[in-house]
Design a protein. Structure first.
Length: 257
């Protein structure tokens, strides 16, 4: 059975020696997710040891706190809801002045596509607040953080805004990992219903029939990364019909795989 829901707090936190950064390995190949590795980084006050991207590009998104990303091309300021793309083969450190922990979601993109025209790609930055809102199905909105248009040919990273209720069952042609930023809901997938809260993480394979329902009372916000890159609004109903704008509704039955 493919697809997974796992809360980030269920992944053990590990810290090496006196490193300022503790890591939770939330979703990766051990969970059937081959294209991504999703980790939660928690930096206490101080400067971390070097983090290596290895053969993957790494998309970072600041969940809370302030600090600096110290990469091979210099220092970059970090604040809540700021995104950064660090290329494969690079090293970076997180520097937190405190007193609040710096919490960062890191998504490794394995076997990344080359960034055209950049022999030695630098660190790309993107702030959510600077991005325009776009519409999707079921009265939903999203804002792109990274995609091929701003330096990430391998994937699209976005924040989605989900109103109370749920879209009809649908699927995507892309493989995706999702982190719930805020709100409560239910993931309908694999003939089961799994509660969602802030910190819940989802692996959604391509063509997996599902519905992510917002239980309310407010807007649910999710951070998603999917590949191949494209539009978060690209979805299909079970018969293969492209999804179009529909009124939000509450699902009445579990969704099978």
């Amino acid at each position: 059975m493919s697809g997974l829901v796992r809360h980030a707090s269920d992944a053990p936190e590990r810290r090496s020696a006196n490193d300022a950064v503790a890591v939770r390995d939330v979703i990766d190949a051990t969970h059937g997710c081959e294209l991504f590795s999703l980790r939660l980084l928690r930096a206490v006050t101080g400067r971390s040891a070097a983090q290596a991207t290895g053969e993957a590009d790494e998309l970072l998104f600041v969940l809370s706190g302030h600090g600096r990303l110290i990469a091979q091309d210099g220092e970059h300021q970090l604040e809540p809801e700021a995104g950064a793309l660090v290329a494969s083969g690079q090293h970076y450190e997180l520097d937190n002045d405190g007193p609040q922990d710096l919490l960062v979601l890191a998504c490794s993109l394995h076997a990344p596509l080359p960034r055209a025209g950049e022999a030695q790609p630098g660190t790309a930055l993107s702030a959510l607040a600077d991005q325009a809102a776009q519409t999707a199905t079921a009265d939903r909105e999203y804002r792109i953080v990274f995609d091929p248009d701003n330096g990430c040919p391998s994937a699209t990273q976005f924040v989605g805004y989900i109103p109370v209720g749920a879209a009809p069952a649908h699927y995507h042609l892309y493989d995706e990992v999702i982190y719930v930023l805020e709100g409560d809901g239910v993931m309908h997938m694999n003939a089961s219903r799994t509660p969602l809260t802030a910190g819940s993480c989802i692996h959604l394979p391509a063509r997996k029939l599902h519905t992510l329902a917002n239980s309310g009372p407010g807007i649910m916000r999710v951070l998603g990364v999917f590949r191949p890159a494209g539009s978060p609004a690209a979805a299909f109903y079970p018969d293969g019909t492209p999804a179009s704008y529909v009124a939000a509704e509450t699902p009445t039955a579990s969704i099978s795989s």
